[in-house]
Design a protein around this ligand. Structure first.
Ligand SMILES: C[S@@+](CC[C@H](N)C(=O)[O-])C[C@H]1O[C@@H](n2cnc3c(N)ncnc32)[C@H](O)[C@@H]1O
Length: 273
């Protein structure tokens, strides 16, 4: 079973001993959420640098790191001048290069329309004419590989792990997945479907999937349901407890486990499931 540490992912002693085949994570966005209030912008930049450095060190050659983050600039102010225009992913990319991790793929996660669950947008008669601030219904997922090769040693060919139909749909890099509506127990969960796709595309059965910002445990639950091991770190006591609870619920419901892909005898277009 996996290891979810209650700790700070800047601290190397919080990390499990095993190596990671795939990291799937959504770091804090520096948008004033309760769990990031103690960070200055410099702290925030150091957090990302330190955590992804520690993660990179523990990633196997050919292993992947998938980072989901929104367009930070769009969050900084709802009206008036946008004060913070930095986008963090290019900086993460530069930093990860120093740790021998290189950009492999960039996805757009296309979510539901912003007015569905945003407190920042509503149509009313006080909005001045000619003023429109577009709020994004999308986020990024950038994927990196470790080392000289994008490939992993000793893994089976793709036709033994994922259907051709699914592969064709998912290599189109805009993924339409509704966001999590019920953020009532955690302030910023990502959908299990997002983690599931990354797991199926970038790992094989038995791999260890890691999340240094584990939150409510979505990455761990998706890993378990797809026959992978999981490991992670969460520093907030109540989110750590929530994560353990969500994993326990998943373990008690093995029937909703994803059915491993059974490849057809001949690699051909097979049915979606
Ligand atoms: C965007 S949320 C991740 C949500 C997660 N993907 C989910 O689906 O529930 C970021 C999480 O990082 C945690 N966090 C913030 N700073 C941290 C740190 N230094 N070490 C470990 N966890 C941290 C926060 O408490 C929060 O739960």
């Amino acid at each position: 079973m996996g290891n979810i540490t209650l700790g700070d992912s800047r601290d190397p002693s919080s990390y499990p001993k095993e190596k990671f085949h795939l990291t799937i994570t959504s770091p804090p966005y520096f948008v004033g959420k309760e769990y990031e209030k103690d960070y200055s912008f410099d702290d925030y930049r150091s957090l990302l640098k330190d955590v992804f450095r520690e993660t990179a060190k523990r990633t196997v050659d050919g292993g992947k790191i998938a980072i989901n983050i929104a367009d930070i600039a769009a969050f900084s102010k709802v009206t008036g001048r946008v004060e913070e225009t930095d986008q963090v992913l290019p900086e993460i990319t530069r930093n990860l290069k120093e740790d021998d991790c290189h950009l492999l793929a960039r996805y757009i996660w296309h979510k539901d329309d912003p007015w569905v669950n945003s407190q920042h947008v509503c149509y009313h008669d006080k909005i001045p004419s000619t003023y429109v601030r577009a709020l994004p219904n999308w986020e990024y997922i950038w994927v990196y590989y470790k080392g000289d090769s994008t490939k992993r040693e000793g893994v089976s060919p793709i036709d033994e792990s994922i259907s051709k139909e699914r592969w064709k749909r998912w290599v189109s890099a805009v993924w339409k997945i509704d966001s999590v509506r019920a953020n009532n127990d955690h302030a910023a969960k990502f959908p299990e479907e997002l983690a599931r796709r990354l797991i199926l595309l970038y790992s094989v059965v038995g791999d260890t999937i890691f999340d240094p910002f584990m939150g409510s445990g979505t990455t761990a639950v998706a890993a378990y349901r797809n026959d992978r091991e999981y490991a992670g770190i969460e520093r907030d006591f109540k989110y750590h407890a929530l994560c353990i609870e969500n994993i326990d619920i998943a373990l008690s419901q093995p029937s909703i486990k994803f059915k491993p892909y059974v490849p057809p005898e001949k690699f051909k277009q097979d049915k979606l499931y």
